[in-house]
Unconditional design. Structure first.
Length: 154
């Protein structure tokens, strides 16, 4: 219920609430899960636009651990993170640092079996990478950073 109330609040008020209960910068992990030219996006119950599976890191949790945990908690997906370092996106105005990981479903995981496994996820869907819907600002920023890294050969 609290998440539904939070959804109705203006973005600026939501951000202030998070800052009151969290450190100066929030640390998050997002997962760009790809399968056959498509990416898995989720629509949280407390947000209006699409995003990637992910969330805030728990205290002393490593970003890669958080990415795997969030994918499992939100969509029931066991994933394999791509080798290499994640893309780090710093949003100084919102005081947020996101670790963005590329990932794929673990061997033997059927994409059709993926479904919301958390009450915070209203729906999920696979989208063609060239046809992504309107996304949450942090997810859009993460996708731009991933594409820029791809162009630089990273």
């Amino acid at each position: 219920m609290a998440l539904h109330v939070l959804r109705r609040l203006p973005e600026g008020i939501r951000q202030r609430i998070v800052r009151l209960v969290k450190p100066a910068y929030t640390l998050g992990a997002m997962v760009f899960i790809e399968h056959e030219g498509q990416v898995l996006l989720v629509k949280p119950s407390y947000r209006w636009k699409w995003g990637m599976p992910g969330g805030l890191l728990d205290r002393r949790e490593r970003p890669a651990e958080a990415a795997r945990r969030e994918a499992l908690e939100e969509v029931g997906a066991v994933i394999e993170l791509d080798p290499g370092d994640p893309i780090v996106v710093v949003e100084s105005v919102l005081q947020r640092i996101d670790f963005v990981f590329r990932a794929r479903l673990a061997d033997g995981v059927d994409p059709a079996s993926i479904h919301p496994t958390s009450t915070e996820i209203e729906q999920l869907r696979w989208f063609a990478i060239a046809e992504l819907p309107e996304m949450q600002p942090e997810a859009s920023q993460a996708v731009r950073a991933l594409l820029a890294a791809d162009q630089q050969g990273r």
